[in-house]
Design a protein around this ligand. Structure first.
Ligand code: SAM
Ligand code: DTB
Ligand code: SF4
Length: 332
């Protein structure tokens, strides 16, 4: 994809808030659709080039056999998903995959590992991967589970740009989905990442059977963090055979688009990523998500272990919509 220079229009009146209350967020969700999308798109234009979309590619660097019980995840050792576990990938393979992602147009390479938390010796190997990928001229992101302070510092010193760690859902609904680590554990890792000076990538998953209030609370939690995450991935649950959440009632696509719009309004300077679940979304639904303020995607034919749209399909979609890849964070 062609990278076009980003033109950023900033509105100094756009205020960043960290004190959203539930009633306000519920009111946004309840707005007439056209009014909500107009408000989100207006804020989007105040902060970003409206036709520019940031592209990240994913690679699973350590797959499956995970001790955790996240009910959505095919990589948990507790469930019977059709998946071949793989040990930590050799660095040369990681570099090859990153090179390929770069050639296909990705600006950020995100490496994910199926760990509850990494060991210190794992961090040393991940740091080597980060350095090699950075030397290709790409931004780096990793998602490795819970981290200690020492580990966040090692990743920062190693040059890591972003750390992905999702809240996944509201605190209330969380224990319906995961019991092997707490919401508070997640918040603590996020705080360590922030304190180490690494950019934060944090979002959640919808379509897990949560209520409207849970979605509002998830977004409120993200927006009321001391600093908004630079990237906010909004995933639609990818239902995988063998996982407990397989068979969950599908979320109304209009509610998904509303979720993107509310995320854009609450976190106007963050990259909101239309993340997992795009293979089950029509092109029209994805176009609505971009209109609602999504300005990032995962690109490449695989997410971590599940399918993502063909790159040729995304290429065509970008051309049909007149959007182009580029950009990184909000520029002030
Ligand atoms: N093991 C680490 C952890 O959980 O923190 C990092 C990898 S984990 C696979 C990264 C994120 O992927 C999860 O937090 C979750 O938000 C997302 N994810 C996993 N399975 C998913 C699915 N089936 N559908 C949508 N998102 C999913
Ligand atoms: C995020 O929010 N979504 C990505 C990334 N961060 C690591 C992962 C989606 C995983 C979907 C299921 C799979 O492919 O295993
Ligand atoms: Fe393990 Fe992460 Fe999957 Fe949870 S989401 S089971 S921690 S790989």
């Amino acid at each position: 994809m062609t990278v076009v220079p980003t033109i950023v229009r900033l509105d100094s009146s756009s205020s960043i808030r960290h004190d959203w209350c539930l009633d306000e967020v519920n009111e946004l969700f309840a707005k007439p659709f056209n009014d909500l999308i107009f408000q989100a798109q207006t804020l989007h234009r105040d902060n970003f080039d409206p036709n520019e979309i940031q592209i990240s590619s994913l690679l699973s660097i350590k797959t499956g056999s995970c001790s955790e019980d996240c009910g959505y995840c095919p990589q948990s050792a507790r469930y019977d998903a059709d998946l071949t576990p793989e040990a930590l990938m050799p660095i040369e393979e990681v570099v090859k995959a990153a090179q390929r992602a770069k050639e296909q147009g990705a600006s950020r390479f995100c490496m994910g590992a199926a760990w509850r938390s990494p060991k210190d010796r794992d961090i040393e190997r991940v740091v080597e991967m980060v350095q090699e990928v950075k030397s290709l001229g790409m931004e780096t992101c990793v998602t490795l589970g819970m981290l200690t302070e020492k580990q966040t510092e090692a990743l920062k010193t190693g040059g890591l740009d972003y750390y992905n760690h999702n809240l996944d859902t509201s605190e209330d609904y969380y224990s319906e989905v995961i019991t092997t680590r707490t919401y508070q554990d997640r918040l603590e890792t996020l705080e360590r990442v922030r304190d180490a000076g690494i950019n934060v990538c944090c979002g959640g998953i919808v379509g897990m059977g949560e209520s409207d209030i849970d979605r509002a609370k998830l977004l409120m939690e993200l927006a009321n963090l001391p600093k908004h995450p630079e990237s906010v991935p909004i995933n639609m649950l990818v239902q995988v055979e063998g996982t407990p959440l397989m068979g969950t009632e599908m979320l109304d696509p209009i509610i998904f688009v509303r979720t993107i719009a509310v995320a854009r309004i609450l976190m106007p300077e963050s990259r909101v990523r239309l993340s997992a679940g795009r293979t089950d979304m029509s092109d029209e639904m994805q176009a609505l998500c971009f209109l609602a303020g999504a300005n990032s995607i995962f690109y490449g034919e695989k997410l971590l272990t599940t399918d993502n749209p063909m790159t040729s399909h995304d290429h065509d979609l970008f051309n049909r919509l007149g959007v182009y890849s580029g950009g990184s964070s909000h520029v002030s």
